[in-house]
Design a protein around this ligand. Structure first.
Ligand code: HPA
Length: 284
């Protein structure tokens, strides 16, 4: 995957719409509904975009939707590529290269994740403050294209502070309004902040592994986001990450973890989640 490949994909996308988004959003498992709400939307199946691969996971639609949200043009990935599907890291992070080429300046990466904290419950959201890459490989391994970014990119601040502040503010606003409207009984600060630990999957973790990751400083676990965050940071795109907590991680309860449950909780929080995205997009 070269910059030329990314240029080809970007040209195809630009040929389908006059919109020139500065913001891209990647929707995680069960969170795809946001893309259906965009106005002036064109939807491009991944198989039509040069060098894109297909998303094979249930709950990931597999298309890029370009449209407007509150008048702001956005590019939305309804479904992403995962390392566990067998794709190379280059294929997994390729959409970020295309966004960069399209002139996107900020990406909001979302995902479904398991919680390692008793106080962070299914249905809550977690703003990603930092990550631990436990996928066993760095996506930037291999020759570096200096036109994109440096060989040894700094990862001190992967998740943009200003974007974090803005998301936090809007989430607090939503939480207050929900209590006032009687939708929630207590003022629940449903946006937590924490460290996302990325694993290659596709198995969920064992209880012993979850204890290990907690010791290492993880607050949530998942199988995505980090490759894209690293690629975006490498090329100088601002990054924000939001996890939708769909379950307690293995061993925290007696329950087993099932993809259907992950999807179901994603769908359940989608109203609040969509509202948060709408408000954040307006302010970026
Ligand atoms: N582990 C890994 N990935 C996940 C989980 C989990 O518990 N929940 C949703 N994605």
């Amino acid at each position: 995957m070269t910059l030329e490949n990314a240029a080809e994909a970007a040209d195809l996308i630009h040929s389908k719409t006059e919109l020139r988004p500065r913001i891209a959003i990647v929707l995680g498992s069960g969170l795809g509904a946001f893309a259906d709400e965009l106005e002036d939307a064109v939807s491009i199946p991944y198989e039509r975009i040069p060098h894109f691969v297909r998303s094979t996971v249930e709950g990931h639609a597999g298309r890029l939707v370009i449209g407007t949200c509150g008048g702001v043009p956005v590019a939305v990935q309804q479904g992403r590529f995962h390392f566990y599907e067998g794709y190379s890291m280059e294929q997994v992070m390729f959409p970020m290269r295309v966004f960069g080429r399209m002139g996107v300046e900020a990406v909001i990466l979302t995902n479904a994740a398991g919680s390692l904290k008793a106080g962070m419950r299914p249905g809550d959201l977690m703003l990603i403050a930092d990550h631990i890459n436990m996928m066993g490989v760095n996506p930037l391994r291999g020759p570096n294209d200096e036109r994109l970014g440096p060989r040894f990119p700094d990862m001190t601040q992967v998740y943009d502070r200003e974007l974090q502040r803005l998301i936090d503010e809007e989430a607090n606003g939503i939480a207050k309004e929900r209590v006032e409207a009687g939708k929630d009984k207590t003022f629940k600060d449903f946006l937590h902040r924490g460290v996302y630990c990325a694993l290659s999957g596709p198995t969920y973790e064992t209880p012993a592994e979850i204890r290990l990751y907690r010791t290492l400083g993880a607050d949530a676990v998942g199988m995505s986001t980090v490759p894209e965050a690293i690629a975006a940071r490498h090329q100088g795109t601002r990054v924000a990450g939001i996890s939708c907590i769909t379950n307690f991680a293995a061993g925290m309860t007696d329950d087993i973890i099932h993809h259907d449950e992950v999807m179901e909780v994603g769908a359940r929080v989608s109203e609040v989640f969509k509202e948060l995205l709408r408000r954040v997009i307006k302010r970026i």
